[in-house]
Design a protein around this ligand. Structure first.
Ligand code: C2E
Ligand code: CA
Ligand code: CA
Ligand code: CA
Length: 281
């Protein structure tokens, strides 16, 4: 039994070593991928549910790996976060999205009031020079910072409240809007978000998934929307997949929505076709 116990300990170490090794390999690939510009951005339409018009787009990063094909963000963003590579990768994402957005504003009248939303992880938000950095990148792209929105998660406030509040204040001074992503999965209350002058709350897909079948979820979403309206917070429902969900949300006066029902994330050129057509104009 003793021997077996010792073997188990050895085995556990081996697993841990292999996990560390796997992460190091991925981290090395990630670093090389950033240098070789293997990342690109897709855009998912954000809809105004009252008018059924295009309100904006959310930039979502993908990795075009030479051997493995297209890798979704959930497979590499956590490693980019832990290794700190999210900082150079995040900068590339801004550069790509800002360049596209600037071109759309120049080329399409329908893009004039369009909003561009970009996801930021906690590590990015805790950089002391974030606001100045974004300002410089916008200037390089010839872009004004109006209609730029940053999506952050509630976990930011747990990590370093003081820094978070300071960064949000700096970003808001530049005219940037702030959204809380995945709302309803964390701990913060809407009242508390209101105090930080958050502009928009994105209600997590998990809550939207069951608004048809589940009365509790329906009631939770309905009261969230009511409170958002009272607090002057915009609200967006994530992960709308069918017409029943959309009609329920419209019935609750949910102002904005996003999901496969409207469109999945699309390549830049498809968004351009949409802007050239009549959608959103
Ligand atoms: P998120 O910010 O919550 O983004 C929404 C995710 O839900 C996207 O997955 C989107 O494709 C997916 N989605 C949208 N509508 C529907 C729907 O109707 N049904 C279903 N099943 N899914 C839907 P994606 O692109 O794989 O991104 C996953 C996560 O990776 C994002 O979640 C975000 O946390 C992170 N991420 C993506 N791009 C970036 C980025 O540029 N920077 C950072 N820091 N994180 C990013
Ligand atoms: Ca998001
Ligand atoms: Ca989300
Ligand atoms: Ca999410």
């Amino acid at each position: 039994a003793k021997r077996q116990g010792r073997n188990q300990v050895v085995y556990a170490h081996q697993i841990q070593d292999r996990e560390i090794e796997r992460r190091l390999v991925l981290e090395t690939h990630l670093q090389a991928g950033i240098q070789k510009d293997e990342f690109f951005v897709q855009y998912q339409p954000l809809m105004d549910l009252a008018t059924n018009r295009l309100y904006g787009v959310e930039a979502l990063v993908r990795w075009r790996h030479p051997e493995l094909g297209i890798i979704p963000p959930n497979s590499f963003i956590p490693i980019a976060e832990e290794s700190g590579l999210i900082i150079p990768l995040g900068r590339k994402i801004f550069e790509m999205a800002f360049a596209d957005f600037a071109a759309w504003k120049t080329n399409f009248a329908s893009a004039r009031d369009l909003c561009l939303s970009i996801n930021l992880s906690v590590k990015q938000m805790l950089q002391s020079n974030l606001a100045a950095d974004i300002q410089a990148m916008a200037r390089d792209a010839g872009l004004s910072l109006e209609n730029i929105n940053l999506e952050i998660t509630e976990s930011l406030f747990i990590d370093d409240m003081e820094r978070a509040v300071k960064t949000i204040r700096e970003l808001k001074t530049l005219g940037i809007c702030i959204s809380i992503d995945d709302f309803g999965t964390g701990y913060s209350s809407l009242k508390y978000l209101n105090q930080f002058s958050i502009d928009l709350v994105k209600i997590d897909k998990i809550l939207i998934d069951n608004i048809n079948g589940n009365l509790t979820n329906y009631n939770i979403v309905a009261s969230m929307l009511e409170l958002c309206a009272k607090l002057n917070l915009k609200a967006m429902a994530e992960g709308i997949e069918d017409i029943d969900q959309l009609e329920k949300l419209q019935g609750m006066n949910c102002p904005f929505g996003q999901g496969y029902y409207f469109a999945p994330p699309r390549d830049r050129n498809i968004i351009e076709e949409m802007l050239a057509g009549n959608m959103g104009s």
